[in-house]
Each structure stands twice: as structure tokens, then as C-alpha cells.
Design a protein around this ligand. Structure first.
Ligand SMILES: NC(=O)C1=CN([C@@H]2O[C@H](COP(=O)(O)OP(=O)(O)OC[C@H]3O[C@@H](n4cnc5c(N)ncnc54)[C@H](OP(=O)(O)O)[C@@H]3O)[C@@H](O)[C@H]2O)C=CC1
Ligand SMILES: CC(=O)N[C@@H](CCC(=O)OP(=O)(O)O)C(=O)O
Length: 310
């Protein structure tokens, strides 16, 4: 049986990429709304309620409105890509590899919250270390990151790509989120199993897709006898057998001179690195992904596939 999928927000950045990933699939039927009608609430409500799975690629407020349009219709399953439900207890967090039980939770769930792009990297790095008893709950985690500009959606893409935009961005790279209250911090704390709110400083580079997320650690503060090797070993064991998330061998990382933010652009994969010097004081945990791949649309399709395999 083909599953009916409606992507609410299908003409936006995340929605278009999900559509592209499904273009050649015979096992799903895409319900579609004409671009000119994308904000037509009555048409959206009808399509939402006709779907087996509704994938919401909308700003938070519009996502909440779509969920309200589905109230009482338990036959429609929802994947929401916004920030609205990522720490809601009745929604499954859609990061299948974050622990051993999560893929089954997503498979069985009606409501799935797709993770944020930056949190996919940060949680992917710290949660296995929390679960292995290496990183203390009280450790003050800092997360520094650079994203491709498509992370800012249609608005930022236009600011960067269209010179006639009334509010153009001409900088080749910039920090933002300067008040340190980014909307991703809550999910990093909750699903990273952290006792303290992480200090998150994001930035954007003038490339469309790609992302580097860094979590630097002081080993003396980590304690528990943690070393470069024990941290790498815990991550390596956690992701053993996974095909989308890969932990790069220490010898390979040690031979690198650079990490290229766009290396995984156009893929749905994520690479995790542990950098440092054996016996040294510091370790830098690094995640490399595509903000629109494992960071958004790729993860949404992965979650849809898990849900369809139930
Ligand atoms: N881009 C990324 O890398 C990531 C994005 N996300 C999340 O995905 C969601 C979508 O983001 P993104 O694709 O980047 O955003 P875009 O702005 O590129 O696209 C959003 C789409 O939703 C439509 N839309 C907005 N409001 C409404 C409404 N009230 N009713 C119907 N349609 C509406 C927009 O239409 P219009 O053109 O008329 O505004 C647009 O087509 C957001 O919640 C974002 O946080 C998550 C992870 C990464
Ligand atoms: C570069 C850029 O602006 N990135 C966005 C995050 C990407 C996004 O919208 O994802 P979420 O739905 O996970 O928030 C931001 O910082 O708000």
C-alpha cells in the first residue's frame, strides 16, 4: 500500500529538499498544494487530514496551527521540523541514533519532532558520553558552530543571494545569536542529558549547505580519568553498526590539517571527530553534517521511513 504524505510548507527550503528526496519513490504518494495556495488554511486542513503522515516544514506558529488542524484525528501521524515540540514529553525526538531505543520509539510514534540542525551535532557528541558515565551531568558544555546560510530559510537565502534585497547580507561569515538565548538550547540540554544549559554560539558562512559543530572539553574538568582515547572509544562503541553516523578513527583525525564545513553537503550523513593530542589537557569534539541533510530534510525522511516500517 502506498502511504499518503503531505508536506505542509513544501515550497520552503526544508520542504523542497524533502520533496526532492521522495521524487523517485513508488512507495509513497505525495499530496501537494499549489505554491500560490500554500497559505490557504482550508486547503491545508483538508490535505493534512487526508495524509497518513503529515510532515510540517513551517515556522513554529504555523506548525502549532497545523497540529491544531489535526486535533482529534489520530489516524494522521506527524513529523514536525520546527522547534515547537522538540522537548514536549508526548512527542518522540527524531534522532534515531541518539540511543539504542530511539529508532523503535520513532517507529511506533504518532508524533515525531525532527531535531534541530545544530542540536543533531551537539547531542550526537555529548549524549553518548553522558550515557557512558564519562561526561558529568554538571559539566559546563560550550557549543560553537558554523552553518550554511540555507539554515536561515528563504529569508536568509534571499538576503545573501539577491543583491537587490532591501536588507542584504554581504559578509562572508558572521556570528549571531549574540544574547546566547538561541531556540536550540533547550533541546541540547534535554536530549544531551545536561544539567546545565549549554553556552551556544552559532555562526553562518557564505556557503549554502554544510555545518561544523564543536564541543571543546577540558579533560581535568571532565574528570573520571577521561582521555582522548577513552572519549573516542565511547563514541565509537555507541555508533558501532550505524550507517548514517560515523565516528572517524583517531589515526585518521590525527592526520588531518583541516575540516571542511561543506564536505558532507548534499548528503544525509554525519561524521564525528575527536581531536586533541594523546596525553594533552584538551579534547575538541566535532560533528560535520549538512544542515539540510541529517540536520533537517534527510532526518525527516529517515524518520518517515522508520514510521512506515512499523
Ligand atoms: N533550513 C534549515 O536548515 C532547517 C530548518 N528547520 C525548520 O524547518 C522549518 C521550515 O524552515 P525552512 O524550510 O528553512 O523555512 P522557509 O522559510 O524556507 O520555508 C517555510 C515555508 O513555510 C511557509 N509558511 C510560512 N508560514 C506559513 C503559514 N502560516 N501557513 C502556511 N505556510 C506557511 C512559507 O511560505 P512563504 O514563502 O509564504 O513564507 C515557506 O514556504 C522551520 O521551523 C525551521 O526552523 C529545521 C532544521 C534546519
Ligand atoms: C543559519 C540559521 O539561521 N539557522 C537557524 C537554525 C536552523 C533552523 O531553522 O532550524 P530549526 O528548526 O532547527 O531551528 C537558526 O539559527 O535559527
Amino acid at each position: 500500500m502506498t502511504a499518503k504524505i503531505f508536506i505542509d510548507g513544501e515550497h520552503g527550503t526544508t520542504g523542497l529538499q524533502i520533496r526532492a528526496r521522495m521524487a523517485d519513490r513508488k512507495d509513497v504518494e505525495l499530496l501537494s498544494i499549489p505554491e500560490a495556495e500554500r497559505r490557504n488554511a482550508a486547503m491545508r486542513e483538508d490535505l493534512l487530514n487526508s495524509a497518513d503522515i503529515a510532515i510540517l516544514c513551517l515556522p513554529d506558529d504555523a506548525s502549532k496551527e497545523a497540529v491544531a488542524m489535526l486535533a482529534g484525528n489520530n489516524s494522521v501521524r506527524i513529523i514536525d521540523t520546527s522547534t515547537a515540540y522538540r522537548v514536549a514529553p508526548d512527542w518522540a525526538y527524531g534522532f534515531a541514533e541518539m540511543d539504542a531505543a530511539q529508532a523503535d520509539k520513532i517507529r511506533a510514534a504518532r508524533l515525531v519532532a525532527n531535531p534541530g540542525c545544530y542540536p543533531t551535532g551537539a547531542i550526537g557528541l555529548v549524549r553518548p558520553l553522558r550515557q557512558a558515565g564519562i561526561l558529568p551531568e554538571s559539566y559546563p558544555v560550550s557549543v560553537n558552530a558554523i552553518s550554511g546560510y540555507t539554515g536561515g530559510g528563504k529569508q536568509m537565502i534571499a538576503q545573501i543571494e539577491d543583491p537587490s534585497n532591501p536588507d542584504p547580507i554581504t559578509s562572508p561569515g558572521f556570528l549571531y545569536g549574540l544574547p546566547l538565548k538561541h531556540k536550540h538550547v533547550a533541546e541540547m540540554k534535554t536530549h544531551g542529558m545536561l544539567g546545565r544549559t549549554p553556552l551556544f554560539s552559532p555562526s553562518v558562512g557564505k556557503f549554502p549547505q554544510g555545518m561544523i559543530v564543536q564541543v571543546p572539553l577540558f579533560l581535568e574538568e571532565v574528570g573520571n580519568g577521561a582521555t582522548l582515547e577513552s572519549i573516542h572509544g565511547a563514541l565509537f562503541a555507541h555508533y558501532a553498526g550505524q550507517s548514517i553516523v560515523e565516528v572517524v578513527p583517531l589515526e585518521t583525525s590525527a592526520a588531518l590539517a583541516r575540516v571542511d564545513a561543506v564536505e558532507l553537503a548534499g548528503t544525509d550523513r554525519m561524521k564525528l571527530f575527536v581531536f586533541g593530542t594523546p596525553g594533552g589537557e584538551h579534547v575538541n569534539l566535532v560533528a560535520l553534517l549538512d544542515n539540510l541533510g541529517k540536520g533537517a530534510s534527510g532526518a525527516a525522511v529517515q524518520n518517515m521511513d522508520l514510521m512506515l516500517s512499523a
